[in-house]
Design a protein around this ligand. Sequence first.
Ligand SMILES: NC(=O)c1ccc[n+]([C@@H]2O[C@H](COP(=O)([O-])OP(=O)(O)OC[C@H]3O[C@@H](n4cnc5c(N)ncnc54)[C@H](O)[C@@H]3O)[C@@H](O)[C@H]2O)c1
Length: 340
Amino acid sequence: METKPKIGLIGSGRWGKNYVRNLAVLGVLGAVCDQDQASLDWVSSQYPQVWTTTSVDELAARAEIAGVVVATPTPTHAPIASQLLAAGKHCHVEKPLTDSPESARELLELSNQRNLTLMVGHILLYHPVVEYIKGMIDNGDLGEIYYICAQRANLGQIRRNENAMWSLAPHDISVVQYLLGADPHSVSATGRAFVQTDEQIHDITHLTLHYNGRQFATITSSWLDPEKVRLIKVVGSERMVVFDDMDPRYKLQVHEKSVDWEQFSEPVAGSSLKVRSGDVSIPFVKPTEPLRAECEEFIRCIETGATPRANGSQGYANVRILACADESLRQEGMPVATNL
Ligand SMILES: NC(=O)c1ccc[n+]([C@@H]2O[C@H](COP(=O)([O-])OP(=O)(O)OC[C@H]3O[C@@H](n4cnc5c(N)ncnc54)[C@H](O)[C@@H]3O)[C@@H](O)[C@H]2O)c1
């Protein structure tokens, strides 16, 4: 009988518990490590057969564990993941991959040297609606892509170790990068810190990614907002789409909308602008759990050596964009070259 690789998890906190459930359902959860014993007690109460520990060293030493998911706070990603890669474990690290481009680059190089999978928790790349929009773009259904506009907001969760942009924007950056299939040449960002003013931890940021040609993307991230918003709009020359992840039923709308120049020759030659405002359609997109697909991809890549969609290079580019945006924030929105 074919046996699946055993997966360990480090960090069974708020988000990590979703990995516990998914990896257990997939029959691969072999070990859980958390420095908080209460969190491990919860794991043992749900899955008594799963081995638990408070020590990363102990988990890294377990020979039967082929790959590890790291779902600890962002500043701990780099030291934990580099220890695991050095111990020969495939790694799936939550977003953002690390808190600096230098440490992200080091992880990428280590994974390449060791021929190990390095994957990042860019969950929206496994969302069926994002895949559907990507298909539309690749088929030319939207025409030329003019711009993408993303908004991610809620009241909380306010973090102490990173700003709202590092907490929320990695998702939108990953989607924009995937949909446009290119890296921005520069980034500008503005924002404000209202709550943690001494530490200058921004609660709201507006980020603009500038691409070659005339394409651009804007990303708003806020944890100081009265409403939960998860919105991505893609505006093309032929059609426009709206992905509203808060809508339980109609997550994707396709708008038959565009603006064209109309040429005329009589009575006087010239042109005028014509707005086309047609039907709005809601394509059926089979709902699937993105985190399940993400876990399945990690297992498949360990088994086959394939490169995941949310791979280490992607994770590095994402962190590089965030670091450039931080620099721009300090300079009140001055564009900063990404050198990607
Ligand atoms: N993909 C998503 O949609 C999504 C959503 C939320 C959070 N996240 C990411 O998941 C990660 C964790 O976020 P969270 O909200 O679950 O945080 P959390 O604070 O609720 O949980 C983190 C857990 O890690 C444990 N931990 C911390 N340092 C450790 C160490 N050195 N060794 C072992 N255990 C350690 C803590 O005890 C805690 O249980 C972050 O990187 C965050 O960005 C991703």
